[in-house]
Design a protein around this ligand. Sequence first.
Ligand code: GLC
Length: 519
Amino acid sequence: MRWWQEAVVYGVYVRSFADSDGDGVGDLDGIRSRLGYLELLGVDALWLSSFYRSPMVDHGYDVADPRDVDPLFGDLEAFDALLAEAHRHGIRVVVDLIGNHTSTEHEWFRAALASAPGSPERARYHFRPGRGPGAAEPPTNWRSVFGGPAWTHVPGPEGEPGEWYLHLFSSEQPDLNWTNPEVWADLEKTLRFWADRGVDGFRVDVAHGMAKPETLPDDLRQPGWTPLGDRDNDPRFDDPGVHDVHRLIRNVIDHYPGRMAVGEVLVNDDEAFARYLRRDELHQAFDFRLRNAPFRADDVRAAIDRTLRTFASVGAEPTWTLGNHDAPRAVTRYGGGAVGTARARAMAMVTLALPGSVYLYEGEELGLPDVALPDEVLQDPRWERSGHTDRGRDGARVPMPWDDAPPGHGFSTGDPWLPMPPEYGRLAAASQLEDVSSMLSLYRRALDLRANHPGFTGGSVEWYGAPPGCFAFRRSASTLTCALNASTVPVPLPPGDVLLTSTPLRSGELPPNAAAWLI
Ligand code: GLC
């Protein structure tokens, strides 16, 4: 068994985890100061969101230098110190690898703008002449994932029409041209740079992007599609050439024993998804099927079965996640308030009972909801680019509350970069640590059992009959059973001794919106 195959990996949104210098933005030293908490929680590894040099239009996912730390977050010395101390705590560290695009502030893009059409400097990106009268229209009808057109115009010298460059995300994130050998060589350099420093793995950003179809055809899907909705037949993503990029990544990583790559693969079709997990490609890919399932037993079960089937088809171990820095938080998605919290607790237990690895997102263990932020504080580029129709992802990125002292709640001695609501005091780690009924205590207990109880073994699950609106599954190599009650009435438990419940039993029965582990 390789370390990642059963790991619990904790996603740290660096900007929002812990601020060591009082500027209101989280940083690497801040994370280092909280390693004791992460060890107590019981996670095996951290995935750090992008902390590379960046003008921060997309908070670090617009990278100006992939081999340096942005001064906002620290420096390389701070990174080395964090890595070494995490390892001393027995915690591994996975870092982001961003290969689909750079920042417009990257030296390559600056050189491209300073050079003529057709130059080698422009060939590292996708520059194209426009279409239509006066070449005034973008080269294709592609939309940016963040809203608006995926092309931005660069004026030519007097009297010339100029060119357009492609950006699947914001206009400050130009897409790299993966037919250019320099682009390949540079990604390899970045991989080696961080692997040589000792990181344990890479999270490959937009792993379904990078390669583009040679002819850049128009997007022929129905009008009215949402940028992240219909993922099949999307000419912007899942081009067959992307698999060569993953083979390159794997080839480099294979020189570093014990390291891994996990991809952000947003591909709907099961067979297409599984191709990313072939033996010479990614070790793992995030699976969002469970996260996307509504809180209904049939839907959750179908999502679990689909994931297990898809990963098994290529002999890969599944991954599970209920959230990350790009999606609404679980408590909110499941309805918010007491019901949303109860459901998120239940789903945490379902997720942690499954075979494979689990990716948590900071604050999930505190039961943080999304925060309804006022318009004027929103920072996600989605908000502007969508013409204020998509509020973006900031609600799930509000900093971690460590104690009950506003406004910084132990996150920062300054003003946090997004305002933290008063209810964060009650949800703070310090408020929950000693409370045995808290979400944090539930996560600690569940992670401890998952790591140390012999029942958590066996690569597949077997389903039992269960009352309507409920399910129960057993890990294939043990008697460990997980039961979920997503109905509206209490139900009897399946046979076995109760190990843990997400909500206290009611007259020996499992209440609605609850899960139980039995052995
Ligand atoms: C990934 C990141 C997201 C970022 C995007 C563009 O989806 O998780 O935060 O905005 O890539 O790099």
